[in-house]
Design a protein around this ligand. Sequence first.
Ligand SMILES: Cc1ncc(COP(=O)(O)O)c(C=O)c1O
Length: 441
Amino acid sequence: MATIPNRALQADLEQAVNEAIRGFADANPRSRVEDEKAAASMPGGNTRTVLFYNPFPLTIARGEEQFVWDIDDHKYTDFVGEFGAGLFGKSNPLIREAIVKAVGDGTVLGGPNRYERLLSAELVKRFPALDLVRFTNSGTEANLMAVVTARAVTGRSKVMVFEGGYHGGVFIFGHGGSPINAPFDYVMAPFNDTEGTLRLIEQHAADLACVVIEPMQAAGGCIQADPEMLRALRAATEKHGIILIFDEVVTSRLSGGGLHKILGITPDMITLGKYIGGGTTFGAFGGRADIMNRYNPRLAGAFAHAGTFNNNVMTHAAGATAMTQVYTPEVAESFNARGDALRGRLQDVAARHSLPMTVTGMGSIVALHTCTGPLNNEHDVDRRNPWKDKLIFFDMLARGQRITNRNTMLLCLPMTDGDLDTFVAAFDEVLGERAHLLAAD
Ligand SMILES: Cc1ncc(COP(=O)(O)O)c(C=O)c1O
C-alpha cells in the first residue's frame, strides 16, 4: 500500500481525517445511537459488511428519486446507487405501481406467474448470450448456480477466477480470497495478464469446468478487462470445452445488452443481478440453450433447480416494468453516455489541481482512486492511499454527496445535469481545499 514519502505530510493527512470523522460523529448523533442499539442483535450492528465504516455508518431513514435522508435529517444526493441495484432511484412511479398491483393480486402464490414470463422474454431478447434464463434471489446465488451448472455439465471440478474478482459473498477473490468462500477447487488467474492466464488454462484444461470473469471488475476498483484478453479467453475456453461465464451482475447496465454486447464477445453463460429486479431482490443465470436445457423438467434426467422465491411476484412485476418500460436500450445508451462525460470531468478536475488521482469505470459506473494510473489490476489499485480515500469520502459527505466508502459512484436515472454539476463543483472544492494533503503520490 502506498504511503506518503513525507512522514509529516502523512501525519497531517491522518489528523485531517480524524478531524473530519469527529465532525461527522458530532453531526450524526441519532445514527450513532441507532448503531449502538443495533450492536446488541447483529455483530457490530451490521448485516452487510460493505455498508460498514468507522466510526459508524449513517442510518438511512428514507429516499426519494436520487436523494436519501439520514436519521438526523441530512439530505444527500445518492451516488451509492445501492451498489448497482439503485439504478431507478428510490421511488420510480411506474415500478412502484407495478409492485402495488402485484401485491394487490396476492403474494406467495406458489405457481408460475405472468410476470416471470414477461421478464425472461425481455432478458433473452436483449442479452446476446442468453438463449434461456433462470432466476435466483441474488447475484451471489446466480454465480453459485452458474458454477455448479458448469461443473455438472462438464464433469470437471476446477473453477478459474481472477485476482481482485468479486462474484458475491462466497466468491471474494481480492487479496488472496476469503475463508468463507464456497469451497470449490479454484485456479486463481492474474487479471489483465493474457499470457499468464492462457498458460494456466493450458495447464489445468482437463480439469477446468469454467472460467468466471467480470468483464469489468466492480468491487475490484472498476477496472476494465482488456478486450483482447477476453477474446483470448473466449478462444481458449472454446478450444478446451471450458464454460466461459461472464459475471454481468454489475456491468449488464452498461448497454441495452450488457457489456458482452458492447464487446461483441458471447460467453457460454452470464449471470445477472442488482437493478434488473427494479430495486427488489434479484438474480439470474443463463446462457446457451444446450446448457440451460439441462434444467428442463420435461426432459428425463434434468437437474432440479430450487428456490422458493425464484419467481416471487414483487420482483418479477417490478423487473418486467423496469426493463420493458423504464430501462429500454435507448435509455441505457444515453444514461451511460452521461456517466462517461462525468468521468472525464472528474479526471479533468484532478488534473487541474495537479493531483495524483485516477478515475476509472465505464458508463454510469465511476471510481475515484487516490493514485496515478494506469490501473489494470488489484495490485495497481493497491497504490491508493486509504487515508486520502477517507478524507474524500467524509468531505464529500459533509457536502451532501454520498459515494460508497470505497469511493465508487453508481449513477441513477433520476439524476439531473444539475446534480452532476453540483457533484463536480463539490469535488473541485474538496480537492482545492485539501490539495496539500492529497498531493504526494
Ligand atoms: C460482480 C458482482 N457479482 C455478484 C455480486 C453479488 O450480488 P448480490 O449482492 O446480489 O449477491 C456482486 C455484488 O456486488 C457483484 O458486484
